[in-house]
Design a binder for this molecule. Structure first.
Ligand code: TYM
Length: 334
């Protein structure tokens, strides 16, 4: 039994990218692993936010995760800010991580852009808190989309430096492995095949939300950028065609197959046909999730109760690990 940890920011309704790249795999990993999943509300204040909106989105994210199949009987699900072990270890890791390491994080460079002087210090140190999220549980498997790979690698650098600096005997923190699964580990924008699909893209047409209704899904897919060629019969033919590759990857992920299988059916056909089939598939897969999410949100007290219970379970695991890490650093845990 391995321990799995992952988190998602409550910065909006999950996109198809969040769903296919990460969250869908979370529920699959519930068989045969000990799973801990977290709505990372503390990460979500690094970019500026409205407190009321954050509170609403945090609960919505919990409902979305439950609706996609995270089962509180089999997984621990909680709000990050309810378990203080994360920020305690996060501070230690800010002092373990080197300024140069954090400076090389591509997500920081992308998010800060030309505005480096004015972004929050938290945006810069964020990957140290993410490492703490994982290692506060000594988790070893981290299911994420491809864009989080660098942060998981940094987690290993931090674990190794901590072990080197503060452990004479056995390493205290384990090494972690990113679990990046399936043909949609990097879902791209529907408007630009070179950009990832993101909650924060200024164009709503660039993303599909898991709550989108049938009409908006059909419209967004119909308008999705493509090229004039028909679909190829083999995956090799998708090279240099990022938009086509993206749309095929989405179909393959939703049907639990691969691009080759999708192209056996659709190779040689034009995008008109293909987009219709893809939109129908998306509606069939996402519709029930959105309905279940709405049903759950009618009873916020039950959602919060589930997550409160999860926080108690999460604290029972992380508290002793983080207390021992602090003791090794030299804090008097009298
Ligand atoms: P976040 O909230 O941006 O995204 C949540 C998960 O969705 C994946 N994802 C994608 N996958 C494929 N295609 C896309 N277009 C796409 N967009 C997002 C992300 O890779 C992620 O797995 N730092 C993390 C949250 C976090 C975390 C953690 C993750 C905090 N602590 C500890 C794992 C372990 C983030 O901002 O994810």
């Amino acid at each position: 039994m391995q321990r799995v940890f992952s988190g998602i920011q409550p910065t909006g309704v999950p996109t198809l990218g969040n769903y296919l790249g990460a969250v869908r795999n979370w529920s699959k990993l519930q068989d045969g692993n000990e799973c801990i999943y977290c709505v990372v509300d503390q990460h979500a204040i690094t970019m500026g936010h409205d407190p009321k909106v954050l509170a609403r989105r945090t609960r919505e994210m919990a409902a979305a995760l439950l609706a996609t199949g995270i089962d509180p009987q089999r997984s621990i699900l909680f709000y990050q800010s309810a378990v203080p072990a994360h920020v305690r270890l996060g501070w230690v890791f800010e002092c373990v991580a080197r300024f140069g390491w954090l400076s090389r994080m591509t997500q920081f460079k992308d998010k800060a852009g030309k505005n480096r002087e004015n972004v929050s210090a938290g945006l810069f140190t964020y990957p140290a808190l993410m490492a703490a999220d994982i290692l506060a549980y000594k988790a070893t498997r981290v299911p994420v989309g491809d864009d989080q790979r660098q942060h998981v690698e940094l987690t290993n650098d931090i674990a190794q430096k901590f072990n080197h600096d503060f452990c004479d005997d056995e390493p205290f923190f384990p090494l972690v492995e990113p679990v990046i699964l399936g043909p949609a580990a990097r879902v791209m924008s529907l408007r630009d095949g070179s950009k990832k699909m993101s909650k924060s893209d200024p164009s709503e047409q660039a993303r599909i939300l898991i709550t989108d209704d049938a009409d908006s899904i059909s419209l967004k897919i119909r308008r999705a950028k493509t090229d004039p060629e028909p679909l190829p019969s083999e995956p090799d033919g998708l090279e240099g065609r990022p938009e086509a590759k993206n749309l095929v990857g989405i179909y393959a992920a939703l049907t639990d197959t691969d691009s080759a299988t999708v192209l056996q059916t659709f190779g040689g056909r034009g995008f008109g046909d293909y987009k219709k089939a893809l939109a129908d598939l998306l509606v069939a897969k996402l519709g029930p999730i959105a309905a279940e999410m709405q049903r759950l949100l009618a009873d916020p007290a039950t959602i919060d109760g589930i997550l409160r219970h999860g926080a108690t379970q999460a604290a029972a695991i992380s508290e002793p690990i983080v207390t021992e890490a602090e003791r090794r650093v030299g804090f008097l845990k009298a």
